[in-house]
Ligand binder design. Structure first.
Ligand code: F6P
Length: 324
């Protein structure tokens, strides 16, 4: 295979703190190897509409500390169709891209995987606050998101204890409970509800626990709910109606997606960007950068997307034990 001369870089799907640090790393590492970089705005949408510009090392100045993504992002419905993917592939050829670097999560990588089948060389850098990619132990943005969640829970705990209330805190995660599990352990919650644990909430058992916590002398009942579980506000009303204990719901929502990335996120983003360019320089094709068992590596994109990440039941046991 000929040397890589030009790559495109885009961020796609839900933004994640640290995406900017990853773009910066890709751009500067590539240019240091005499590889030209084309910045693509708004993810695949910008690729399809030709929103591109040439990047240089100064294009990524002053962004390492910023949340969000300065390349902008989108969830591109056109990439769900074969026609959209074919058009994206054609545009990559017209732009003479030797590779497309996709910084994003599961959905973005599925788009990249489809492009790879048509012959576009793709390389994925995992960035999503959800931590829901089985191939890697870390996805850029997770640490910042759980720290934001934990700090919010600390504050809710203060007021919840003062009023002896029950508090439901909804964190992000439509399909995955990793944020909820981490926020529950680090926030010292009494209970966690996640979509992976068979969907429907057992209200009777929840109510029994709330009463039991009261009788143990606890002044609060902190229940962390992953977004995908259901209607948190409705659940809070139901709990209050049955128990007679004042209950409040707080939806953290998109608050968790913003903010300056933590040192952990900046480190992973910088090293993953570097690793991606190294892989390209070594003529690798269609890879995803991973952090597994303490080491950075790259694996085939089909292998990377083969399995769904399971939740760690041990974490649930720990939450329950520590809530005693
Ligand atoms: O995938 C990241 C994520 O923040 C999920 O946790 C959440 O369910 C979803 O994106 C929200 O998406 P949107 O920003 O499009 O509402």
């Amino acid at each position: 295979m000929e040397n890589i001369k030009k790559i495109g870089v885009l961020t796609s799907g839900g933004d994640a703190p640290g995406m900017n640090a990853a773009i910066r790393s890709v751009v500067r590492c590539a240019i240091s190897k005499n590889i030209g970089v084309i910045g693509i705005k708004r993810g695949y949408e910008g690729l399809l509409s030709g929103e591109i510009f040439e990047m240089n090392p100064r294009s990524v100045s002053d962004i390492i500390h910023r949340g969000g993504t300065f390349l902008l992002t989108a969830r591109c419905s056109e990439m769900m169709s074969d026609e959209g993917v074919a058009r994206a592939h054609k545009i990559c050829n017209i732009l003479a891209l030797d590779a497309l670097v996709v910084i994003g999560g599961d959905g973005s990588f599925h788009g990249a995987q489809k492009l790879s089948k048509l012959g576009t060389n793709v390389i994925g850098i995992p960035a999503t606050i959800d931590l829901d990619l089985d191939c890697t132990d870390y996805t850029i943005g997770f640490d910042t998101a759980i720290n934001t969640g934990m700090e919010a829970i600390n504050k809710i705990r203060d007021t919840s204890s003062s009023h002896e209330r029950c508090s439901l805190v909804e964190v992000m995660g439509r399909h995955a409970g990793h944020i909820a599990l981490w926020c529950s352990i680090t926030g010292g919650a009494e209970e966690v509800l996640i979509p992976e644990m068979n969907g429907a909430v057992n209200m009777e058992s929840l109510i029994r626990q709330i009463f039991a916590n009261r009788s143990k002398g606890k002044t609060h009942n902190l229940i962390i709910v992953a977004e995908g579980v259901g209607n948190t506000a409705k659940m809070a009303k139901e709990i209050e109606k049955i128990t007679g204990i004042e209950t409040r719901a707080t939806i953290l929502g998109h608050l968790q997606r913003g903010g300056s990335p933590t040192a952990v996120d900046r480190m992973h983003a910088s090293i993953m960007g570097y690793t991606a360019v190294e892989a390209l320089a070594n003529a690798k094709r269609n890879r995803v950068i991973i952090f597994k068992d303490g080491k950075y590596d790259d694996i085939d994109i089909d292998e990377a997307l083969a399995a769904e990440k399971p939740y760690d039941n041990k974490m649930y046991e720990i939450i329950k034990t520590l809530a005693t």
